[in-house]
Design a protein around this ligand. Structure first.
Ligand SMILES: Cc1cc2nc3c(=O)[nH]c(=O)nc-3n(C[C@H](O)[C@H](O)[C@H](O)COP(=O)(O)O)c2cc1C
Length: 406
């Protein structure tokens, strides 16, 4: 047990009963500060400490997929950093990639609070956030500014390197000598604005994609959140094809585009999505989003509202989702004989959970709820565990483990 699990989590979750959304907001505020000031020494000092604590580099975990270099297969799932306020910080927590969003064309406040609940007994969360976000334009502006900071950093470095005697001003630009910023692939997850009618969904996704297409390394069409009325009906082949057609027409740089699906789809419907993914030459499928099922939960009453969990709207994430999302991954992998890459997400807490997803067919995996419960050391623990599993089996690369169920 680390200090997060033995002290911080019990204090925050059980003793103080800190509101999950408040806690999330405070965390993001801090990370946003680190992100904005990341070229300055105090932030770089913090970042180098984070790297020492949380990062694990191992060549066996590296993969190049869709022309992108992933230092490891474990990413941050969509929903944590919807507005990309900490976009360039996630690599310092050991993640191999991070998915920003869901972002919508129009800024929107999301559903009324409370809308995020911890289900401690189940190691799960229930959320009905409803795509609260500042909109695609704001994300584009933030990411563009971020790129300028990065370029500034490069220029600063060159000036210092090319000058024999740096001025005091240049000296103050010097980074701590042991600090190396970590760059990881950034995905952007797109959703439909609540105000946009379902029939106009394709134009809405396209509007966001136009503004962001040069700023993300990959893109996700999110048609699987249970918290926007009717959104999941966009998983139907007829509706989804309109969206994919529109995006691929606009996708002149051939950025990897994924579709993220719900765990509650029937096999037939998943098979339809697979066909579409092949027709529109998608990079792959993200499986899965949260579930609307409640039958597997131990929790009966949501403490914060006093209502039965069956009466509370929203999607369940975390441990209760693990098995179903793995089944969906396995189904996609088997149907496509491994030809369509899968990003696996749902209920990963341990290296065993991660291995289960990878060997079922996921080339990359993501976490959200597990990170909240297990704390920031979770990433390193999982990566270390994956390295051990590779060694035990005499494998030299994580890519050899994909779909290799024994
Ligand atoms: C509070 C919360 C907000 C989420 N928001 C989004 C979102 O905006 N877009 C999305 O595609 N998935 C969202 N998700 C789903 C996660 O990305 C992930 O698919 C799901 O939680 C399963 O993974 P987990 O069990 O590791 O949490 C959210 C999940 C949680 C818990």
């Amino acid at each position: 047990m680390d200090i997060y699990q033995s002290s911080i989590r019990p204090i925050l979750f059980s003793a103080l009963k800190a509101d999950p959304e408040w806690l999330h907001y405070q965390t993001l505020q801090l990370l946003s500060w680190l992100n904005r000031t990341r070229s300055r020494p105090p932030s770089q000092w913090v970042q180098s400490r984070l790297q020492q604590a949380y990062c694990l580099r191992n060549v066996a975990l590296e993969q190049t997929l869709w022309g992108l270099k992933f230092p490891n297969p474990l990413g941050l799932a969509a929903g944590f950093d919807k507005d990309g306020v900490a976009a360039r910080i996630w690599g310092n927590f050991g993640f191999g990639f991070a998915e920003l969003g869901t972002v919508t064309l129009h800024p929107q406040p999301g559903n009324p609070r409370p809308r995020l609940f911890r289900l401690l007994e189940d190691k799960a969360a229930l959320n009905r956030m409803g795509f609260n976000n500042h909109g695609a334009e704001a994300l584009a502006r933030r990411l563009e500014q971020g790129l300028q900071v990065e370029e500034g950093l490069q220029v600063g470095k060159l000036q210092v390197e090319s000058s024999n005697q740096p001025s005091n001003l240049q000296r103050s630009n010097l980074q701590p000598s042991n600090f190396q910023p970590i760059t990881i692939p950034l995905g952007i997850n797109l959703g439909k604005s609540k105000v946009t009618p379902l029939e106009e969904a394709a134009a809405d996704y396209l509007g966001s994609f136009r503004q962001l297409k040069d700023l993300g390394d990959y893109f996700v069409v999110n048609v699987s959140s249970p918290n926007t009325p009717g959104l999941r009906s966009l998983q139907d082949a007829a509706q989804l094809s309109l969206i994919l057609e529109a995006l691929q027409q606009e996708n002149n740089a051939q950025k990897p585009i994924f579709v993220k699906i719900a765990p509650d789809l029937e096999w037939d419907a998943i098979a339809d999505v697979i066909k579409l993914a092949q027709t529109y030459q998608l990079a792959g499928i993200i499986a899965t989003n949260t579930t609307i099922r409640r039958d597997m939960l131990k929790t009966q009453i949501i403490q914060a509202t006093g209502k039965p969990v069956s009466e509370e709207a929203g999607g369940i994430s975390g441990a209760p989702l693990r098995q179903r999302s793995t089944e969906v991954i396995r189904f996609i992998y088997q149907q496509t004989q491994g030809t369509l890459p899968i990003i696996g997400v749902g209920g990963i807490f341990t290296a065993e959970d991660a291995w289960e997803k990878i060997t079922a067919g996921a080339s990359l995996i993501q976490v959200y709820t597990g990170w909240i419960y297990e704390g920031p050391w979770m990433v390193r623990r999982i990566l270390q565990g994956l390295v051990h599993k590779l060694e035990e089996r005499g494998l030299t690369s994580i890519s050899e483990a994909v779909g290799r169920e024994d």
